[in-house]
Design a binder for this molecule. Sequence first.
Ligand SMILES: [Zn+2]
Ligand SMILES: [Zn+2]
Length: 268
Amino acid sequence: MSLEITHLGSGSSGNSVVYKNGDTVFLIDCGLSTKQMEKRLLLAGINPNQIDHILITHHHADHSKSALKSSIKWSARLHSNLETAIRMGWQPMSEVRTFSDLDRIEINNNVSVMPIPVPHDNADNVAFIIFTGGERAAYVTDLGEATDELKKHLKGCSHISIEANYDQNKLLNGPYPDSLKRRISGRGGHLSNLQTANILREVVTASTKSIVLCHLSEKNNAPHIAESEVLMKIHDFFDGDLSISGKKGPEFTHSIGEDASKRISMDH
Ligand SMILES: [Zn+2]
Ligand SMILES: [Zn+2]
């Protein structure tokens, strides 16, 4: 049974990806209002009441905004680590199931998800690896650098969603104050296009069929710059689908293991 992956939105105004495996539907991150989440889920062909689980990477609002409210409204089980639950004011066990690093979270008989810790300022952030039928998909965002442990798990994933937050030159010459520039480019900030390209060069293999670049900064990046920087590093061995998730999804759906995406009508 395939795993279908649809990005509902990406960037500082809100992040969420919906995964569908047969009748099982789950979200990673829920960083838009409940109303926006519902609108975008319907555009992706999913009734919000179908959502079984919501997994949250970290407490920043662009990832967690409506998680508790949406989980109650849709009767979905909410998952985060303890630090994120505390920072959000959620009650462990009554409102949220807490996980620890490298736990296997069973979604159904066919799908499990593993959280991997990543460095991100003032947050206990995780990346997720989704395991299904011998294949893996990855969701990696909001980190200053990739650890060896993360790269080990990313290697050979069939689908990789990864942030490409900023272009080094645009950030350096852009409008942000120096302190913010340092924070974004530091170990606890975000990945630059070049960092992402270098990570992908290490972890993409012949098994990798689709890559989605996400969380692009509106001020410090541009889709064509991110795409060309990544392609420059991987074009000699990657011939799958490379897409960019913008702030207003859903735009496309990937099926794990396939090297093409299905477009979603953009009349919204
Ligand atoms: Zn973010
Ligand atoms: Zn963040």
